[in-house]
Design a protein around this ligand. Structure first.
Ligand code: FAD
Length: 405
């Protein structure tokens, strides 16, 4: 990670005296480069994704054909440094990319977020140089697709209650068990999976491993048939005496769970950005429709009841975006942001649910059918209050952080 102070959003401009914080002003503008990035990703999403959204959703098709195009824009290695094949962008740049994909198709955005923000991020944060060169570089270049397995059928929120084990056998570790709800569990080439290496040590007895598709004993399980986010593939992963060399342990032995929690602190900024982008897409669809649909001799946008919905959603989206960019700003400066990322994820996901609900309501009966994008936003959005920690878990994290101060 670059140690240089990134420029851009939340630049603190202090015009008179650097020690005089009262005279300092916050500059909330994006840089010209960030504006350009937003325009580029928006144009890409409109031309390469928008025409296929309904088809991919209906067929529950993971668009593997899109991956080289995502890679050409740097979207498969957004925050990965250039020396490891990535685009070397900042956390705020990352939010812009995720938002713009989500505004058009939240499920493509979820796949990009899981690849970048879970699998690649874990390798970047805790891998050694050799592991980064071997496993991270092809992920960042989009030559391989990443997956990350923490959740099991009997342990989601209580992730440390996992059952998958890794037992030492000479110079190898042998994994047995299974993961559930793994994004890219079937299409993924590289999987980072957590397993118990010392049951007596509880959460400090969990380690992370890098697994490659095709390793004997590693098989994809059932693909989930989902309510929403249907173009993002989610499946089980099974380990049956799956042996990996010891140099495929990622991070220190017994640190896998603690490291995973840090990965999630950062990953949640991505889910917050995904929720902001989804809310933005739903809001724009509702605004557009309200200016077209006529009732009682006027467009429905002329009714105050509709205007208030639009005003409330636009305001909440801006607030969520600010919370999200603040968490990203702190990440860019290598500051601890457990509290800020949980707040951003909680708020952004819950206001996105409201934005999608209002989008359906403003569309009336047309919000309930597949001819308009409203019903898809309504289905997709629910994942944002569940994935990478439910809203209840975000509140628990926030309260724990507040009480510890
Ligand atoms: C589409 C999709 C993609 C996913 N991708 C991945 C992935 O790539 N990798 C991965 O590892 N996981 C992934 N997940 C799993 C996801 O992170 C979990 O589903 C989530 O953390 C919740 O766990 P759970 O489903 O076991 O629910 P549970 O933990 O069983 O929770 C059920 C309910 O109980 C509540 N609850 C639980 N504990 C508490 C508590 N202490 N206090 C208050 N309420 C509580 C929860 O908030 C929830 O409302 C994915 C899930 C989905 C749906």
């Amino acid at each position: 990670m670059s140690q240089a102070e990134p420029k851009g959003f939340f630049r603190l401009v202090v015009p008179y005296n650097a020690s005089d914080t009262v005279s300092g002003v916050m500059d909330f503008r994006l840089t010209d480069d960030q504006e350009l990035l937003r325009r580029s990703v928006r144009e890409f999403a409109e031309t390469e994704i928008r025409p296929h959204v309904v088809e991919w959703d209906n067929a529950q098709h993971f668009p593997i054909e899109l991956v080289p195009k995502l890679a050409a824009l740097g979207l498969m290695g957004i925050q990965c440094p250039e020396e490891y094949g990535g685009a070397g962008m900042s956390a705020i740049d990352y939010c812009i990319c995720i938002e713009e994909l989500s505004r058009v198709d939240p499920s493509v955005s979820l796949s990009v977020a899981a690849h970048n923000g879970l699998c690649s991020s874990h390798l970047l944060m805790f891998g050694n140089d050799a592991q980064k060169r071997e496993y991270l570089v092809p992920l960042a270049r989009g030559e391989k697709i990443g997956a990350w397995g923490l959740t099991e059928s009997s342990s989601g929120s209580d992730a440390a209650g996992m059952r998958t084990t890794a037992t030492r056998a000479g110079s190898r570790w042998v994994l047995n068990g299974s993961k559930t709800f793994t994004t890219h569990g079937r299409v993924g080439d590289t999987l980072v999976a957590m397993a118990i290496t010392d049951r007596a040590a509880g959460s400090k007895g969990i380690s992370a491993f890098i697994l490659q598709k095709g390793t004997p004993g590693l098989t994809p399980g059932r693909k989930e048939d989902k309510l929403g986010m249907r173009a993002s593939e989610t499946s089980e992963v099974l380990f049956d005496n799956c042996a990996v060399p010891e140099d495929q342990m990622l991070g220190d032995e017994g640190h896998g769970f603690v490291d995973a929690m840090q990965v999630l602190d950062a990953g949640r900024i991505g889910i917050a950005a995904l929720a902001v982008g989804l809310a933005q897409g739903a809001y724009e669809a509702a605004l557009r429709y309200s200016q077209e649909r006529r009732a009682f001799g006027k467009t429905i946008s002329q009714f105050q009841a509709i205007q208030w919905k639009l005003a409330d959603n636009a305001t909440r989206i801006e607030a969520a975006r600010l919370l999200t960019y603040r968490a990203a700003y702190m990440k860019d400066r290598h500051r601890r942001m457990t509290l800020e990322s949980a707040m951003a994820k909680l708020y952004a996901s819950e206001i996105a649910v409201k934005a999608a609900d209002d989008c359906v309501q403003i569309h009336g009966g047309y919000g309930f059918v597949k001819d308009y994008p409203a019903e898809k936003f309504f289905r997709d959005v629910k994942l944002t209050t569940i994935g990478e920690g439910t809203s209840e878990i975000q509140r628990l994290v926030i309260a724990r952080e507040l009480l510890a101060r």
